[in-house]
Design a protein around this ligand. Sequence first.
Ligand code: URA
Length: 222
Amino acid sequence: MITGGTASSGGPAPHPALLPDARRDLPSARTVAAGCTACDLWARATQTVFGEGPDRAPLFLLGEQPGDREDLEGHPFVGPAGELLGRALDDAGIRREDAFVSNVVKHFKWKPQGKRRLHERPNAAEIRACRPWLDLELELVRPDVLVLLGATAANAVLGPRFRLTESRGMLLEAEADAAGGPARIATFHPSAVLRARDAESRRTTYEALVADLTVARQRLAS
Ligand code: URA
């Protein structure tokens, strides 16, 4: 958890997510994050794409970073991966509008390929630079269940040793000493369904995503 603070004179500038206590709410966080330059990604992105959803959501869905459409529109998961996520949520009996949806990194990282902007994975320094925004979102939204969509989100939250291939779909309750943090479950990123090499693997990946989202829903209902 991060807390509001002031810069010590002469030290590095404080992270912009260190909002003063009086402004520790989602609208303020979104406004300040819009001007975030904590890593270099802001320079090539159209805008910061901050998390969206109810102020206090039982379910928090965490992806990697905004894609091309999200970068242009300013909202998380509104492109093809978002469309697939919406369908999977429906099939799992979850209303998207009940969930808070965000990303580990809030700026689109890309490289040019012809006229297209090709997604590039954020590196460890970029993930670290953006982490205070995620911590603030989690602190303010106080979800009961955090769904980690894909390896970037899973490793950012559960550590670099976590293997999605081995532990996908396992509900991890907060440790007793974690002061009631959310239960966590890692699953496939919706893009993994879109990128699947054939129809059969597309089907099994999609079904696994829906099954894991269903586990999250059932945990909320328990
Ligand atoms: N992929 C993500 O991880 N997040 C988005 O918002 C869109 C695509």
